[in-house]
Design a protein around this ligand. Structure first.
Ligand SMILES: Nc1nc2c(ncn2[C@@H]2O[C@H](COP(=O)(O)OP(=O)(O)OP(=O)(O)O)[C@@H](O)[C@H]2O)c(=O)[nH]1
Ligand SMILES: [Mg+2]
Length: 339
């Protein structure tokens, strides 16, 4: 914006328009309002979408980014029937198959009191209120002489596999046994997988009344990294607490598929009063999991606890409930500072 249009600009503009692709023109170095006006002189290049910007002073970026991303698909394919894939994971014998049967009203998955009756994935579909839920469990295949240790290893392998295939994960725990090491291991994979997560405390029918609050407190202490996950108490065998899962799954799926515009995000950051460093700019790079990129004035990445703080603020502000949020930092002028 500080120089005249050159012959090379004209050639390039013509070439781009011949491609038949949408073209936007960013007129850089528009540092002030007066300079922004100059940008309009660039209409003569024949490109209708002109954006005066200042890369150095971070002006006009919101509008430009919102413009170029405006036709990007939000979520999956243009909503016909949304199909939500839900993995049911957990260690042996916690009641995964019983829960699948309760959710789908079927006897599809083999339930057995013998731990580790499972080997391959099995899935079952339920259509409810215009949404398709595909539940993925581990098929019941009884094998003689399977040791407890082997069953446990297998439960981890299957959990990892099923997490990859899913949008939302149901982590099943056995209330009568509390939270054990293997639960935490499997939970860790769900978290790393970046999937929306609901913690299902099963076999609650066997528990004395009134213990929910204490149980949840202990659970939150043990699984601190899952602070975003909903916790529900249920009995897969009797069926109590099972029905509300559908609505919750849908909500978690929608939260993990949410996109926030760059404009909204930057207004939010301005109001945040974040003191550790200056956040120049923030944008959402992807969904499932919602991933945000921060451009800051420091070269070192954000400390883990600060990352978590910002993730939680974003979650509160925009309703990303039940899903992990990833915050990445890009340092501005990182090279300059190294020198
Ligand atoms: N009391 C009670 N028992 C349950 C409940 N859910 C499951 N069970 C029992 O727990 C045992 C294991 O249930 P499954 O559904 O086979 O457990 P699983 O997690 O699929 O086990 P694997 O496939 O071996 O990993 C069975 O005896 C079930 O009847 C529940 O809500 N309450
Ligand atoms: Mg099973």
């Amino acid at each position: 914006g500080r120089a005249e249009i050159t012959g090379a600009d004209r050639d390039l503009a013509q070439m781009l328009q011949r491609l038949g692709k949408p073209v936007a023109l960013a007129v850089n170095k528009a540092d002030t309002d007066a300079r922004e006006d100059v940008a309009h002189g660039f209409y003569e290049l024949g490109i209708a979408d002109i954006f005066p910007v200042s890369a150095e002073h971070n002006r006009g970026m919101d509008d430009l980014l919102d413009h170029v991303t405006r036709d990007f698909a939000v979520g999956e394919a243009p909503e016909e029937i949304p199909s939500i894939k839900v993995a049911i994971i957990g260690r042996p014998n916690v009641g995964k198959s019983t829960l699948l049967n309760a959710l789908t009203g079927s006897e599809r998955s083999i339930v057995s009191p013998i731990a580790g009756t499972t080997r391959d994935s099995v899935d079952e579909t339920v259509l409810l209120n215009g949404v398709e839920y595909v539940f993925i469990d581990t098929a019941g295949i009884r094998r003689k002489g399977k040791t407890r240790e082997m069953a446990e290893k297998l439960s981890v392998v299957m959990a990892r596999r099923n997490i990859r295939m899913a949008h939302v994960v149901l982590l099943v725990l056995d209330a009568t046994e509390g939270i054990v090491g293997l639960d935490a291991t499997i939970a860790g994979y769900a978290h790393e997988g970046g999937r929306g997560l609901i913690i299902c405390v099963n076999k609650w029918d066997l528990m004395p009344e009134g213990g929910k609050r204490k149980f949840e407190q202990d659970l939150r202490d043990e699984l601190k990294f899952l602070e975003y996950a909903h916790v529900v108490f249920l009995s897969a065998q009797i069926g109590t607490g099972v029905k509300p899962l559908f609505k919750m799954i849908r909500q978690v799926y929608e939260a993990s598929s949410l996109r926030v515009t760059t404009g909204e995000l930057n207004r939010f950051v301005e109001a945040l009063h974040y003191e550790e460093r200056k956040i120049l700019y923030i944008t959402q790079a992807s969904i499932r999991p919602p991933t945000f990129v921060l451009f800051t004035n420091k070269a070192v990445p954000l400390h883990f606890s600060n990352q978590r703080y910002i993730a939680n603020q974003i979650r509160k502000q925009f309703g990303f409930e039940g899903t992990p949020i990833v915050v990445k930092t890009r340092a501005r002028g990182a090279d300059k500072q190294k020198r």
